[in-house]
Design a protein around this ligand. Sequence first.
Ligand code: ZN
Length: 464
Amino acid sequence: MIRNIFFKTRLTLTIAMSKLLIKVCRLLRLGGTSLPGKVANKMFPGILKILAGNVRIIMVTGTNGKTTTSRIIAQILNENGISFFTNKSGANLLSGITTAFIEAARLNGRPAKDTALIEIDEAAFNKAADLVSPSVLVVTNFFRDQLDRYGELYSTLKSVRSGIGKTSGTVLVLNADDSLCASLGASNKSIYYGVSPEAYKESVENSNTDAMFCLYCKSRYEYSYHTYGHLGGFKCPNCGYERPTPHIECTRTERLADSYSEVGISISGKTIRAKINLPGVYNIYNALAAAACGYALGLPEEKTVAALQSFECGFGRMETIHASDKYIKLILVKNPTGFSQVINYLSTEKNEFLLAFAINDKLADGTDVSWLWDVDLEKLQQIQDKAIRIYTSGIRAEDMAVRLKYEGIPTGKISIVKDYKALINMGLDKTPAGGVFYILPTYTAMLEIRKLLKKMYRLDEFWE
Ligand SMILES: [Zn+2]
């Protein structure tokens, strides 16, 4: 009895303290995302387990596309009138997730909302699985992140697998075209999504360095087609491990425009036309992952399709800012595969444009910029005539300039402009009316540029 009262008092005290801390952090503009969770875990170890006990949890993990996929799932939940809470983008480690649950909890520890949509770092999932058991786990893909060695990619996969081993009731939503991701489906109930060769395939084989060899017997995979990176129709000629048949599949693409895609999606055999309000094949995957999550939750298809269409790209991944009669498009770049996909997307641009790369090497960006050499810039070289001017900026502007030069971009076309304000003004000045100035920043460069743009064009706070 006394023990029970002590337990409840301590829980309430911890929640109250942490809620206060969240408010103080916000007031001081510290963002308030991970510190309160950290403090709560110190005051009440394992508090997440108690707070998560009565919540239906949807988790999203994987190397690329976590934030976009989570945002599309959020839109699907909204369309269905499901009230939920979520962690802030970037706060995807245990402390940030704990903060989200504290914010959503009443003082007695009961949740104010009974559904949570949680984006989680691949490496943090195994630890989280000791405390929470998600209803659905969406895994986007596994790619080498910046300078990861092969071993690290496989140890990340192993760690996610180990986390899944602790959650037998969790329904998995997996990328059928990724041999690494699809292999997670062995134990749990799994829903697969993928892109069919009729819908999209790269004419040339991509440099597939992430997963060339069979996970089970080390034979080299044979591919019937490639979409991008190591994704596609893989099959091991030796042990027979192959791309599973997807439940949710993009079976045709009617249009791949520079800001959206029109596709046919087959959901359990029935094909539905859908407009995905985001560009590029990598976003088709994100949309499919989200649609498969809706399917796993038993939500109606028409609401899912409506969500794909009404989805608006949020902070960071790609944001369009109107600057009188011109546009600035900010697109975050953070690893070689994602960066290469953005270049791929730029190659669909039909008009002349301005382009800037803002590369920082702070902790959140990755401190070693040699990952830039793994970015596939061949397509940029092919479309260089459309780029009126290419700027490099950020702390490592010089490195990016060298990288471009090496790719065969004429040095006369490249300017190093370190000051962001000067960069924005110069770029916009040279942008033709109705045209686009693309800025591709790393994470901390994006925060700085966005802060400036916010002053100039009154943007919304990103954590609102
Ligand atoms: Zn094999």
